[in-house]
Design a binder for this molecule. Structure first.
Ligand SMILES: Cc1cc2nc3c(=O)[nH]c(=O)nc-3n(C[C@H](O)[C@H](O)[C@H](O)COP(=O)(O)O)c2cc1C
Length: 185
């Protein structure tokens, strides 16, 4: 059983990023046994944003930061805001303990209104994970409005990338856990 923590940096709901993150979580759950938890910053962001430094965050905020710091796998998603990840997501990661994140595996995803901003994921979100020495999977996942319909991901190339990224993160798991994936598939 691997612990998966999904972090959505969108400040609003409903959220296309949340649909994407959930689709990635479902794809991973189809490959390996998971215990999944979500940090939906639209709902719980205030418990983190209330503090400019870690000692200032609420007890609930501290709990969320520790949840992220203990995950085997993270699925980190954000809408593109002003050509970057959201300030909300950045503030969360500004408070996360640097050393606690070393080596944790992460799938990155983003949604945006323009295809021109898809590389935000490669040039901004991935380097942020690099700062923490986290292991990002090769395949980044970027969704546009047309990829979503009735609360689901419908874009076929996006669905293929989701499956690819989920397989890549399974490959990063220790052999004993990856074996579970082989039995399931
Ligand atoms: C304040 C704001 C800034 C945005 N900036 C960009 C941007 O720079 N580039 C882009 O492609 N989309 C931009 N968008 C569009 C969102 O990234 C897009 O609608 C996204 O899918 C929303 O995700 P969500 O539904 O998970 O909140 C912006 C939207 C808002 C509200």
């Amino acid at each position: 059983m691997i612990s998966v923590v999904k972090i959505n940096g969108s400040p609003t709901r409903p959220s296309k990023t949340e649909i994407l993150i959930n689709a990635i979580g479902a794809s991973l759950a189809a490959k390996v046994d998971v215990n999944e938890q979500a940090i939906t910053l639209a709902d719980v962001g205030h418990s983190v944003m209330c503090g400019l430094t870690r000692p200032e965050v609420s007890a609930k905020g501290e709990q969320l930061l520790q949840l992220a710091e203990r995950a085997d796998v993270l699925i980190v998603g954000t809408p593109v805001y002003r050509a970057s990840y959201t300030g909300l997501l950045k503030h969360f990661f500004d408070l996360v303990d640097r050393d606690a994140m070393r080596g944790r595996r992460v799938i990155l995803c983003a949604t945006g209104g323009s295809p021109l901003h898809g590389l935000m994921l490669e040039h901004q979100l991935r380097p942020l994970m690099g700062f923490f020495a986290m292991q990002t999977v090769q395949t980044g996942i970027y969704g546009l409005s047309d990829d979503f319909q009735d609360g689901r991901v419908v874009g076929s190339s996006l669905l293929a990338r989701i499956d690819q990224a989920a397989s890549e993160v399974v490959d990063l798991l220790p052999a004993s856990r990856a074996r579970i994936a082989e039995v399931v598939s």
